[in-house]
Design a protein around this ligand. Structure first.
Ligand code: ATP
Ligand code: MG
Length: 570
């Protein structure tokens, strides 16, 4: 039994000014988390209990599958990060010790874990191995926000698998996917597993576990008729049949004046055509193997470019940067809005939906003018066509079943097949069955503990406060003690013992506050069952049992209270 008077804990009536979303507001108002600095929070005793429950479920599911827990250092030497080539990443917070040696705070632990196993695991006979830890990370996020959802300092469970072959690594990946499903099912969260961006590593073996929530930072596209789900960052946009007959046949090229028409929408209106039948020209700078170059992208007027697709398809080191207006002018001779592909010296890539466009309307590279009847083969050269636009709600699902629907999610977990990215750069090898030295096949698997706990609150709250899922509620039972007599105290002690024997936990509000204040706070803290015990009912042998989720209130005899509680919780 824990008493409020032991907590050193307060609740607040007002929402903090920097809290934009309900879960952040509620956790702060309930006194569960407290900001020390942007993105850096203290977890109070109640929040910590919920986090520990999340961690316990995570540990349990990992241990069941033979994963081994270890704990790696937070402070990591620069030399290690230079081996992988990641020293200098903007999210790394670096520091020096008194001897002027460089270190960083652990933002992730691929480098340390690879160093840990190299030279120790020397033979395929010692594989596979999956190691994990639950530990504090630091990432110098540009814009920490939403409380624990995007912190600078946060607790993550990170696991790493080591295998002898691609096939075996895929097996470890599949196993971890099951572990993750079990974890999020046990937590009782509504989530989707979505295809995610594999970045420079390539392949399709990376998925995110997304807790569904309107405030989610990620847009997900899911089929209304199958289990297809992908992060919009990578969701394929299928080529669809072109509806516009006027763009499908070649015409002669003609320049026409378009003063004051700056956007595709303006132009579409003035020509009385659909934006999708016009062609948008965009300019980028990309870096490939450290060489910087400019390129041009064409897509339908109604589409948005997906720069992750550009990065992946063109094998760029990073997402490309859009040219500034000044750079566009230097390249084309015109301002954006009057630019097009004719006469350009950069490579030109076009979205695959433009394959049917034989007569395009594009900018003339002369301010205030456009061209119509532009033919790709005749008037300029397209390097290649590929899928480079953002997929959209309403488009056909890439698996051929149904239509895409847009939903939002909070990424709480991420599983990733890494291949030899780290083992090769850090020279971590073992001897395979043929006695040949090979680099480990690796995978990494992360869950944000604080983000998951807060996502649960985001998914489960009402106008009065948090409604903790039973799986991670800081306490199971909240006793609002209205009077403090010896009889009541000894009843509460006795009741606590009985329910604690059932594995349930009890929190007693023993403050000298008015009943109204106590009820409001009990609603705000949101533990699944509330008991109200006061002199008046007690002398008649009655207490009140309140179900926080359904708000159902029942009177119970003193004797039957345990059964009533079990009815709600067990
Ligand atoms: P995001 O795209 O949200 O920045 P990420 O791809 O950088 O996430 P990973 O490196 O895959 O995240 O980290 C694994 C998990 O750690 C994430 O799924 C998320 O739950 C959690 N996480 C990552 N960054 C943060 C953060 N700044 N604050 C809280 N949790 C985080
Ligand atoms: Mg990140």
């Amino acid at each position: 039994m824990t008493r409020w008077s032991q907590l050193g804990h307060k609740t607040y009536k007002e929402n903090p000014s920097d809290a934009e979303i309900p879960s952040h507001q509620l956790l702060v108002r309930a006194g569960m988390i407290k900001k020390l600095s942007p993105g850096i929070y203290t977890y109070g005793p109640l929040a910590l209990r919920a986090m520990r429950k999340v961690e316990a479920i995570i540990r349990d599911e990992h241990d069941k599958e033979g994963c081994q827990e270890l704990l790696m250092p937070m402070v990591q030497p620069k030399a290690l990060w230079e081996e992988s080539g990641r020293w200098g990443y903007p999210e790394l917070l670096s520091l020096k010790n008194r001897n002027d040696h460089d270190f960083c705070l652990g933002a992730t632990h691929e480098e340390v874990i690879t160093d840990y196993v190299r030279n120790d695991i020397t033979s395929y006979k010692e594989l596979p191995v999956i190691l994990y830890q639950v530990q504090t990370k630091y990432r110098d996020e540009i814009r920490p926000r939403f409380g624990l959802m995007r912190g600078r300092e946060f607790i993550m469970k990170d696991a790493y698998s080591f295998d002898e072959s691609v096939e075996a690594a895929h097996k470890s990946y599949a196993k971890m996917k099951e572990v993750y499903k079990n974890i999020f099912n046990k937590l009782g969260l509504e989530y989707r597993i979505v295809k995610a961006d594999a970045g420079a590593i390539g392949g399709s073996l990376t998925e995110e576990f997304q807790v569904l929530a309107e405030i989610g930072e990620d847009e997900l596209l899911v089929s209304d008729n199958s289990d297809f789900a992908a992060n919009i960052e990578i969701c394929e946009a299928l080529k669809v049949a072109c509806d516009f007959d006027h763009v499908k046949k070649e015409e002669s090229l003609e320049e026409f004046a378009t003063p004051d028409l700056k956007t595709i929408e303006d132009l579409a209106k003035s020509l009385n055509v659909e934006a999708a039948s016009l062609v948008k020209t965009m300019f980028f700078e990309g870096t490939k193997e450290s060489k910087v170059f400019q390129f041009t992208v064409l897509l339908r007027g109604s589409d948005q470019v997906n720069s992750i697709k550009l990065k992946n398809r063109l094998s760029l080191d990073d997402e490309p940067r859009m040219l500034t207006d000044t750079e566009v002018k230097a390249l084309t001779g015109a301002s954006p809005g009057s630019c097009g592909p004719v006469g350009l010296k950069t490579p030109i890539y076009a979205d695959h939906n433009l394959r049917d466009y034989k007569s395009m309307v594009v900018g003339a590279n002369k301010d205030g003018f456009h061209l119509k009847g532009v033919s790709p083969e005749r008037d300029f050269k397209i390097e290649s066509f590929f899928d480079l636009a953002l997929a959209r709600e309403g488009a056909p699902s890439p698996d051929g079943k149904g239509t895409l629907k847009s939903i939002r999610g909070v990424e709480v977990g991420h599983i990733f097949y890494l291949g030899q990215k780290y083992s090769a750069s850090m020279k971590a090898s073992f001897l395979n069955q043929q006695g040949k030295a090979c680099f480990f096949e690796m995978g990494c698997y992360g869950i944000g503990v604080g983000r998951t706990m807060q996502a649960a609150v985001e998914q489960s709250h009402d106008e009065d406060g948090i409604v903790w899922p039973k799986s991670i509620a800081p306490f199971d039972i909240h006793i609002s003690l209205l009077d403090n007599t010896d009889e009541i105290n000894s009843y509460v002690e006795d009741l606590s013992k009985k329910v604690e024997e059932l594995g349930l936990t009890v929190f007693v509000d023993d403050r000298k506050e008015r009943p109204g204040v106590k009820f409001k706070d009990a609603d705000l803290l949101g533990f699944p069952v509330r008991l109200v015990i006061g002199k008046r009912g007690f002398t008649n042998g009655l207490i009140e049992v309140f179900n926080r989720k359904t708000k159902e209130k029942i009177e119970s005899s003193l004797k039957e209270a345990v059964e009533k509680i079990k009815g709600i919780l067990c």
